[in-house]
Structures are given as C-alpha cells and as structure tokens.
Design a protein around this ligand. Structure first.
Ligand code: UDP
Length: 325
C-alpha cells in the first residue's frame, strides 16, 4: 500500500512510518521539521520504500502528486502542545486549518478514492466536565477569547472540513479524536507531562506538578495508538465516523508523579507550581479527560496492550540509555 504521512517526523507520525514500513508498505513523509525531528525518521533514509520531503503543508508543491499516488493518507501535520499553542496561536490557526483544507482539496481534485485519517483531538470536548467522553457528547468551549482553546477550535474545524468534503466530494475519511498519547519520540519541549516527569525523575530533579495534581488523564502508549489507527483505516464501517482513540485507564497527575518517582527509584521530590506560573494567564486546565473507547472496540475489536506501568518502565529505560528529547 502507498501511505502518505503529513507530519511524519513528529511523535505519532514517526511511529506510523515505522509501523507501515515494517508491514511492507511504501511510505512518503512530508514534514517541515518545525516540531517534528529528523532523528525520528532518519533510520529509514536508506530504505527504498521510504521518501521524505522537508516542506510545509501550506506550501508543499508535491502535495497533489503524492495524493494521487497514495492509497491512504494520515494527516498528522499540526502544531500541538499547550505551550506552543499559547506561544504562537496564529501559526496554530493557519497550519491546523488551512493545511487540512489544502490536503482535502488536493484529494478531492486528484484522487477521491484515497482514504484520509484525520488527526483530531480530545481537546475538542473542551470544557465539558463529564468524567469520560463519548463521541456524541456536546462540545463546550469558552465564549471569552482565551487562546488556550484555539487549538480545540482548529481541530473542530478540521472535523467539519472533513464532513463537508465527505458530503460534497465523497472522499473517504476517518476522524480520530486522539487522547493523551505517550511513548518514545515524544518531546517534553512543548510542555507534555509524561516526558517531563520521566526526565525529571531519572535525573533526580524535582518533578513539577502543575496545579494541585488532582486533575486526571488517561495515557495511551503510541504503539497502541498506531495499531488502533491502522485497524480503523482497515475497517470499512469506520468510514465517515468520528472515533475516540486512547486508553481508558485513568490516573491523577499527582499520582503519576509519585508512580514515576517510585518506579525509577528516584530521590526526586514533587514541586507544585500554580497554573499561572506554569502557563501564564491565558490558561485553564481540563480537570478530567478519559475516553470511552466502546466505539473503537465495537468497530475494530481493539484492546490496548500497554499498561501504564509498562509504558513508564519503557520510557524510564529509554531516558537512561539514549535520553528522551
Ligand atoms: N502538567 C504537569 N507538569 C508538567 C507538564 C504538564 O503537571 O511538567 C500537567 C498539565 O497541567 C495537565 C496534565 O499535566 O494537567 C497533562 O498535560 P499535557 O500538556 O501533557 O496534556 P493535556 O493538558 O493536553 O492533556
């Protein structure tokens, strides 16, 4: 199969690359390396089934040709990470919406038979305070212009773009709402909690919990995420659907800090930092974020293989040998 991966040098994208090359597929990556890292894909440079173009999704002149060639497109190119979003909201709006629109337009024009997997996000549930989210839940966004929510707006726009192209041009699309995903290649540079805690604990630094640590998240190993995406893409009934992708095992951020310290045998203490000091005034946190993954399971039979403990141990070992980035 011919697979185009936009944002293929990023965290999840680079795992999709390795997964599909291992399956015997041919993979073409486009990435502008703004947040993606060449080191995530450089191991494949000599592979004749792999091609990489360093280009921005808004301007890449090879898009139509690659879309024509592809049987499947994972559209992962986006600006992510709360810190990055607060730093440069204009770039977030442009890349995450205009980039997606450009991909859909190219597909509709040159190859409507290809299939697009669109990366949406659990952020679209916004400020909804339900303890766990089902795909049909209401979207709750703030009316006042807190920039924290601009990422959610772009991902929601991508979902509606997908539906409008589905309706008008009959393209094949699966929209995946990705919940917190963790694993090798994830950088802590843009504020993600897991790589930060692992790095801090392994190096004996204080582990920085923002807020009081009672907020909860559910973390999915990227290995499971990538498998789930391929399973969905291979399931005709998933066409045109919005599907939560994640692991429904939940933990508070305070307990996560303790667990990582314990499993790494670290002498680190925990430092609690107020949200304003951590992110500035634009920020407000989401208290709970757990996916209901019934729909994913009904469609594909997917079950996560990685426990939280196994993921923590994997990343501690990695930080000790090569270092997370
Ligand atoms: N967080 C934390 N310490 C850090 C980084 C993040 O306590 O060094 C918190 C953050 O405030 C949030 C949770 O961990 O409550 C998850 O943050 P992340 O940015 O990884 O994901 P998201 O907020 O998008 O779920």
């Amino acid at each position: 199969m011919n697979i185009l991966i936009t944002g293929g040098a990023g965290f999840i994208g680079s795992h999709l690359v390795a997964y599909h090359l291992a399956k015997g597929d041919t993979v073409h990556v486009v990435d502008d390396l703004s947040t993606g890292q060449v080191g995530n894909i450089s191991a494949h440079f000599k592979d004749p089934h792999f091609q990489f173009d360093e280009a921005n999704i808004l301007t890449w002149d090879g898009l139509k040709e690659a879309a024509r060639w592809s049987n499947r497109i994972y559209h992962m190119a986006a600006i992510v990470g709360v810190k990055k979003v607060l730093e440069d909201p204009r770039a977030v709006m442009a890349t995450n919406m205009a980039g997606t629109e450009r991909v859909f337009r190219a597909v509709a024009e040159v190859n409507p038979m290809t299939q697009i997997i669109v990366a949406s996000s659990s952020e679209v549930y916004g400020f909804n305070t339900k303890p766990a989210f089902v795909e049909t839940d209401d979207i709750v966004l703030r009316s006042a212009g807190r920039l924290r929510w601009c990422y959610a707006v772009t991902k929601l726009a991508d979902e509606f773009l997908a539906y409008s192209f589905l309706k008008k041009s009959h393209i094949k699309v699966v929209i995946v709402r990705l919940f917190n995903t963790v694993g090798p290649h994830q950088t802590g540079k843009y504020g993600m909690v897991f790589p930060n805690f692992i790095r801090q604990a392994v190096h004996g630094e204080q582990v920085t919990v923002y807020g009081d640590g009672s907020q909860t998240r559910s973390f999915c190993n990227v290995d499971d995420t990538v498998r789930a995406l391929d399973m969905l893409a291979s399931t005709p009934a998933a066409n045109g659907e919005i599907v939560n992708v994640g692991n429904d095992d939940e933990i508070s951020i305070g307990d996560l800090a303790k667990l990582i310290i314990e499993r790494s045998g670290s002498k680190s203490g925990i430092k609690y930092i107020g949200y304003e000091a951590a992110y500035g005034l634009e920020f407000e946190d989401i208290t709970h974020r757990r996916p209901v993954i019934q729909k994913l399971q009904d469609l594909t039979g997917f079950k996560p293989r990685w426990s939280l403990y196994d993921t923590i141990d994997q990343l501690i070992a990695l930080e000790r040998t090569t270092g997370l980035k």
